[in-house]
Design a protein around this ligand. Structure first.
Ligand SMILES: [Zn+2]
Length: 233
């Protein structure tokens, strides 16, 4: 195999290495939890906090209601105990019982209203948790796939690095240096281009017959337009 042909082999390995490293970067990046999942987790937490606040308020209201009820009952029992003879005292007590009754009614409305809020909040928590659980499951599957891909890529990249070393050992040092310098300069590291009939596949420029002949003979020749090393396809 001619030296330029060896370079082409090396370039193919380098192409695979570059693509593999890029994909590895994407895979590692992709293993971070996605923002959408973080958002869902936050929503579920917020829903839970709203529910907890409504439940606390509900307990408060119910305690208040129980206190008011027993006070009302106490006053009412007292009113009808037959122990109060003074008419003024009786009227005052009657007024108090009525006032307590009204307060009880208002509070009862609050209790019921808040109960609706508790139920609505509980429903939201259930919904948010369901959506979150589905997203978590989906993410876990994706994460496992990415993890497997990462391991496979690392293995494949290690293999390529080994093959690259072997390939480089077979190439003339000066040629290798030229190749490495060219691949730094050229887009996507393409330093070596094949000839298609008489055109450089790197830049599509037709090459003079003499260059085509040199390429056929496996000599080190550069494209007269883009400067890439030319090899026989
Ligand atoms: Zn060219």
């Amino acid at each position: 195999m001619s030296q330029p042909a060896q370079l082409l082999r090396l370039q193919r390995i380098d192409d695979q290495l570059r693509a593999g490293k890029q994909r590895l970067g994407e895979v590692i990046q992709g293993m971070n939890e996605p923002q959408s999942l973080l958002d869902l987790r936050e929503s579920a937490e917020t829903a839970q906090q709203t529910l907890a606040a409504a439940q606390t308020k509900q307990r408060d209201l119910e305690l208040q209601f129980a206190g008011l009820s027993s006070k009302h009952k106490e006053s009412n029992d007292h009113l009808y105990s037959g122990k109060i003879k003074n008419s003024r005292e009786l009227a005052d007590l009657q007024q108090e019982v009525q006032m307590l009754q009204r307060r009880k009614e208002f509070l009862e409305e609050d209790v019921l209203e808040n109960l609706e809020l508790v139920e609505a909040a509980a429903e939201k928590v259930a919904d948010a948790n369901e959506v979150l659980a589905a997203a978590e499951t989906e993410w876990q599957v994706k994460y496992k796939d990415l993890q497997a891909e990462k391991i496979a890529l690392a293995t494949s990249l290690n293999g390529l690095i080994g093959r690259r070393k072997q390939r480089m050992a077979t190439i003339d040092k000066r040629m290798l240096k030229t190749y490495l310098q060219l691949s730094q300069k050229k887009r996507n590291g393409v330093a070596v281009a094949t000839l298609k009939i008489n055109k450089c596949t790197g830049c599509q420029t037709t090459q003079p017959a003499m260059i085509v002949k040199q390429v056929e003979q496996g000599e080190l020749v550069y494209c007269n337009s883009c400067g890439r090393i030319l090899v026989q396809a």
